[in-house]
Design a protein around this ligand. Structure first.
Ligand SMILES: CC(C)(COP(=O)(O)OP(=O)(O)OC[C@H]1O[C@@H](n2cnc3c(N)ncnc32)[C@H](O)[C@@H]1OP(=O)(O)O)[C@@H](O)C(=O)NCCC(=O)NCCS
Length: 188
């Protein structure tokens, strides 16, 4: 793992950086959008809860086992927060991590989530040197499934009614990607 503090990653259209106080409005707006929250662990976020997330990120570095790091995706030019990609290295095995993504409704359908997720995977496998990254999605979350497939992740598991989720049994897919698969995809 890199010993240096994370600063930013630049992609064609985005700057991935730490969440900051100025993100609060945009962050709360998309977290509280029912369409965005539909398949997420939350129903809503109060201002205090959103502030706490932003505050907690100040002291976290990507790759620290057992903690989620949030890569805030800022649109180049406007500086607006479009969404975020989160990465959590497993507490019991720091060579493996889980990835997740959340983008504002108005920023979906433009390839921005893919651009951000690819940059975070590159960071995870390249800078952090991880062996394997997984993602878990509700089977009904078509946009998420489509993105995971576009990223080249492999569907490894289909759990049937494995989770009591927002008042009903939900089913989930497990997706995974190995470092060597990522490198081979990139022609390295
Ligand atoms: C899951 C989520 C991040 C996917 O976002 P997304 O914008 O659909 O994904 P991408 O960034 O890959 O964008 C793909 C779309 O952009 C389009 N697109 C437009 N311009 C593009 C470009 N320059 N490059 C690539 N794709 C482009 C693609 O054609 C595709 O369109 P389609 O959806 O009509 O097929 C988003 O739906 C979301 O935040 N959902 C709510 C939170 C959530 O459920 N997260 C997952 C939890 S497991």
């Amino acid at each position: 793992m890199s010993g240096r503090a994370f600063t930013k990653i630049e992609t064609g259209r985005l700057v991935l950086r730490r969440l900051c106080d100025g993100d609060l409005g945009a962050f709360m707006a998309y977290l509280n959008d029912p369409l965005v929250a539909r398949y997420q662990s939350w129903e809503s976020y109060t201002e205090a809860q959103a502030r706490e997330v932003i505050e907690r990120q100040r002291g976290v570095e990507p790759g620290r086992p057992g903690e989620w790091f949030t890569f805030a995706a800022e649109l180049k030019g406007t500086g607006e927060l479009a969404g975020h990609v989160a990465l959590s290295v497993k507490a019991d095995d720091p060579r493996q991590a889980e990835i997740g993504f959340t983008f504002a409704r108005g920023r979906q359908g433009r390839g921005l989530a893919r651009e951000a997720a690819e940059a975070v995977l590159e960071y995870a496998f390249g800078v952090l040197g991880l062996h394997r990254v997984v993602a878990i999605t509700d089977c009904e979350n078509e946009r998420s499934v489509a993105l995971l497939e576009r990223l080249g992740m492999r569907r490894e598991g289909h759990f049937v009614e494995n989770i009591w989720f927002k008042g009903a049994w939900g089913s989930e897919y497990l997706y995974a990607l190995l470092r060597r698969e990522w490198l081979s995809r990139r022609g390295v």
